[in-house]
Write a protein that binds this ligand. Sequence first.
Ligand SMILES: [Zn+2]
Length: 43
Amino acid sequence: MNKHRGAVKPNDCPYCNGKGYFQLLLGGSETCESCEGSGSKSE
Ligand SMILES: [Zn+2]
């Protein structure tokens, strides 16, 4: 199948880019509520 280099994987959460958390500008991080920190798109 097609390989995506440097791109978001199909199963990665689009909100946090598969990281499972958001990086806050003020410092620290916040768990992504969409994927509940798993980084995977739940569907
Ligand atoms: Zn997420």
